[in-house]
Design a protein around this ligand. Structure first.
Ligand code: DOR
Ligand code: ZN
Length: 347
């Protein structure tokens, strides 16, 4: 049995409020525990989007009632909240600020670069800004980080050109960090049911991510559940569930010597904890049976969405036990934490 720290996923879409038929705080945090995550950071593209006091209070009230693992909620950058000096009490209550600079699911896309500048200038520097920014937009975001002398974290980096730009920026001492999703490490190409943003890429991009593992700070799932019916429709919304498949996929890669156990611990615990300024939490660990082989099946998952892009994949490495604040919260397929056991780590 392999003992690891409780994992941290800095990129999860919960769907509550607004689309709880896809997922809610209860099912998302059950999926998190089953996947070995004891802390998740929730994205703000809810309905309504989370971008002010009222909407932050709304999301956090559901979380407090239902979450079974620990969490924090991101604020979204919009056109009407770019002066954070006007609401000094809000940022410290959030995981950080998420800025959607490229097209995605939801209404939070921000096109006006003068608004980007205001957000960069006023959001507190000790709290992270996370960018959904692809290709040249990503390079523009990194330039703003340098201009405003503040850290920036690039979400779900996927292209060869992106990892090379981030590598070069780090070599120059720019305060940029980045995350990569398992789906961009293990899948290539495609639209339709496998529609996701950023898109699945070509083999040369996937190879560039594996060749530059040392540039990747975090593995983040971008767990973005949509129901099987929605995914099978002609207007398939972009996004994949990922909380329950991330660790088994990466442990399988560990067996194939594509990465090391230290890579997993660094990118799924040490680095997210540092980048997102998360507190120490004693008495939290997970136990993994490294040699247990099994087949990934949507029918075995806790997520409400009812499908996975990895259906039928054979993986090696199963989460057996999860301990959070000294209590068994997951054991051999069973969720043992009550609703509401999860704590807001910014409270
Ligand atoms: O594929 C995606 N789905 N990419 C995003 O940026 C958002 C996400 C979602 O919320 O469904
Ligand atoms: Zn996302």
């Amino acid at each position: 049995m392999l003992k690891l720290p409780g994992l941290i996923d800095p990129h999860v879409h919960i769907r509550e409020p607004g689309a709880t038929h896809k997922e809610d705080w209860d099912t998302a945090t059950q999926a998190a525990l089953a996947g070995g995550f004891t802390t998740i950071l929730a994205m703000p593209n809810t309905i309504p989007p989370t971008f002010d006091r009222k909407t932050l209070d709304l999301g956090l009230a559901s979380a407090k009632e239902k979450a079974r693992c620990d969490y924090a909620q991101f604020l979204g950058a919009g056109p009407n909240n770019a002066d954070w000096d006007a609401y000094p009490d809000l940022p410290p209550r959030a995981a950080g600020l998420k800025m959607y600079l490229d097209s995605t699911f939801g209404e939070l896309r921000l096109d006006d670069m003068t608004l980007w500048m205001q957000h960069f200038a006023t959001f507190p520097k000790h709290l992270p800004i996370v960018l959904h920014a692809e290709s040249r937009t990503m390079a523009a975001g990194i330039l703003l980080a340098e201009i405003y002398d503040r850290p920036v974290h690039i979400a779900h980096l996927s292209l060869k050109e992106e990892i090379l730009v981030v590598k070069a920026a780090k070599e120059k001492g720019i305060k940029v960090t980045c995350e990569v999703t398992p789906h961009h490490l293990f899948l290539t190409g495609g639209e339709g049911k496998v529609r996701v943003r950023p898109r699945l890429t070509a083999q040369k991009d996937v190879d560039a991510l594996w060749d530059n593992l040392e540039v990747i700070d975090c593995f983040a799932t971008d767990h973005a559940p949509h129901t099987l019916k929605e995914k099978d429709s002609t207007k398939s919304p972009p996004g994949f569930p990922g909380l329950e498949t991330a660790l088994p996929l990466l442990l399988t890669a560990l067996h194939q010597s594509r990465l090391t156990i230290d890579d997993i611990i660094e990118k799924m615990y040490v680095n997210p904890k540092r980048i997102f300024n998360l507190p120490d939490q004693p008495e939290r660990w997970i136990e993994v049976d490294e040699n247990a082989s099994y087949e990934i099946r949507a029918a075995d998952q806790f997520t409400k969405c009812g499908w996975t892009p990895f259906e039928g994949w054979q993986v090696k490495g199963r989460v057996r036990r999860v301990v959070l604040r000294g209590k068994d919260v997951y054991k051999d397929g069973e969720i043992l934490a009550e609703k509401g056991y999860g704590l807001d780590i910014r409270e």
